[in-house]
Design a protein around this ligand. Structure first.
Ligand code: SF4
Length: 195
């Protein structure tokens, strides 16, 4: 199957229609498909939020602004699919429970993640954002903080990261090594793979 056919198949996926219809937002699946084969950086995140569900553009929100700052790249670079691909653990917004986003439905990664990874040209830099991506790609059994703290075990090919959400602002303050040590190494790696 060609990459274009795989992308079309994902874009038309309705596997979670019943699950999403039963959430507070009763929304329909809207897979946010954002990758091309030759991307240099692969961002493996969790799942789109409501704002991205509406826009269809990944990380088009304050979390994305923080992530771009972490990477040291502007929006034009970030949204150039020849350079940056986004492969979440679920392509659709999972809905809310008590004001927080629901976890990514496991069926999505089970159905699509391996197929997309096989179709990509082995990107030289993987960003593993959050526990679900870290578990899938690294087999991480530790909490996100411990996995991120052990980033040197996986760099320079992969960098485990916390979610760049405002919810993690206190986490960033409690762990100053993230900005002092990890981010400079990450930015240097980003520049190298994009050069
Ligand atoms: S989350 Fe994944 S499996 Fe579920 S409908 Fe969207 S694309 Fe399909």
């Amino acid at each position: 199957m060609t990459l274009a056919a795989l992308k079309s198949e994902i874009a038309a996926c309705l596997l979670c229609a019943d699950r999403f219809a039963a959430t507070e937002t009763t929304h329909a699946p809207r897979p946010v498909v954002w990758f091309d084969a030759g991307a240099r950086i692969l961002i493996c995140g969790q799942a789109p939020g409501m704002r991205v569900h509406r826009s269809g553009i990944p990380f088009d929100d304050p979390s994305g602004d923080r992530l771009r700052d972490w990477l040291g790249i502007d929006r034009d670079t970030f949204y150039d699919r020849d350079r940056v691909a986004v492969l979440p653990m679920a392509f659709c917004f999972p809905g809310y429970r008590k004001g927080a986003d629901l976890p990514p439905p496991p069926v999505c990664a089970k159905t699509w993640h391996g197929r997309v990874m096989a179709a990509l040209d082995r990107p030289p830099l993987l960003l593993l954002v959050g526990g679900y991506a870290q578990k899938w790609h690294l087999g991480a059994k530790t909490a996100v903080t411990q996995t991120v703290a052990a980033w040197r075990d996986h760099a320079p090919r992969a960098f485990p990261l916390p979610h760049p959400s405002w919810r993690n602002t206190a986490w960033l303050k409690r762990h100053p090594w993230f900005e002092a040590d990890l981010l400079p190494a990450l930015r240097a790696r980003v520049q190298k793979v994009l050069a």
